[in-house]
Design a protein around this ligand. Structure first.
Ligand SMILES: *[C@@H]1O[C@H](CO)[C@@H](O)[C@H](O)[C@H]1NC(C)=O
Length: 273
């Protein structure tokens, strides 16, 4: 818990108010919910247990079943994460706090969205006439992918007049719902180094020459071009199977090209600082 608190301070210092901050707050909150809920189910916490409401009989589209096993207690995870993570934002009431609280909530509920019913069949030779089911969290990647999509579609907002919520910054755009990530400051220019804004710049970053995406040299180097260096890599080669049971390989040298983004020209760089 303490290291999360420390990391949060870092986030507050860097890229406050931006789309990236929105994502970081949401995924951190989601991570806390996930870890707490998992810990509950595994009996690692004294204060919680499997979901006590998942008892008795219920039904889904395949028919009736008995609750059994351990249902992940997501509501406990959400409640505890909320008390713990939102605490700091409650001390001040500014645009940033309202934004962070909103995105924290988005992250927490994202985990719940991917809860799934898992079942086990009983009955004569697995005929499934009797089913025992429980609610389980999905792999965290599902939550991560979902929040990544929400990051792409995040909505810019401004504070409303009484400071209790926000209004869209641009009336032409879609209104933010409670499931949208929101931000109120444009991102810094990540092409250039700006330590105060939390941008490391892309000079010296390794890029992929053939990719057209954000990892590609064209996009990542922001049109500044890239340097190519040839390096030797040692790889395992001529592997042979030795009876029994070993695989013996030789070390072979292979030359590979590494591309790294060029730094901005000095004049350009001075303009930016
Ligand atoms: C570079 O990008 C191409 C095209 O997107 C991809 O097929 C390849 O695996 C990437 N190489 C590395 C080292 O990531």
């Amino acid at each position: 818990m303490r290291h999360i608190q420390r990391r949060r301070t870092l986030f507050t210092f860097y890229f406050t108010g931006s789309r990236e901050a929105a994502f970081v707050y949401a995924i951190s909150s989601a991570g806390v919910v996930y870890a707490l809920t998992r810990a509950c189910s595994q009996g690692e916490l004294k204060t919680c247990n499997c979901d006590p409401h998942k008892r008795g009989r219920s039904s889904d589209d395949r028919g009736e079943f008995d609750w059994g096993g351990c249902s992940d207690n997501i509501n406990y995870g959400i409640k505890f994460a909320k008390a713990f993570i939102d605490a700091k934002e409650r001390t001040v009431r500014d645009a940033r706090a309202v934004m962070n609280l909103h995105n924290n909530r988005c992250g927490r509920t994202a985990v719940k969205r991917f809860m799934k019913l898992e079942c086990k069949c009983h009955g004569v030779s697995g005929s499934c006439t009797l089913r025992t089911c429980w609610m389980a969290m999905s792999d965290f990647r599902k939550t991560g992918d979902y929040l990544r999509r929400k990051y792409n579609g995040a909505i810019e907002v401004t504070m409303n007049q009484d400071g209790t919520g926000f209004a869209e910054a641009n009336k032409a755009f879609r209104k933010a719902t409670k499931n949208d990530l929101v931000y109120f400051e444009n991102s810094p220019d990540y092409c250039l180094q700006d330590k105060a804004a939390g941008s490391l710049g892309t000079a010296g970053r390794v890029c992929n020459k053939t990719s057209r995406g954000t990892d590609g040299c064209e996009v990542m180097c922001c049109g500044r071009g890239y340097d190519t260096t040839r390096v030797k890599q040692i790889i395992k080669c001529e592997c042979k199977f030795k009876w029994c049971c070993n695989v013996e390989c030789k070390d072979c040298e292979k030359a590979v090209d590494i591309h790294t983004c060029k730094a901005p020209k000095r004049a350009e760089w001075l303009d930016q600082t």
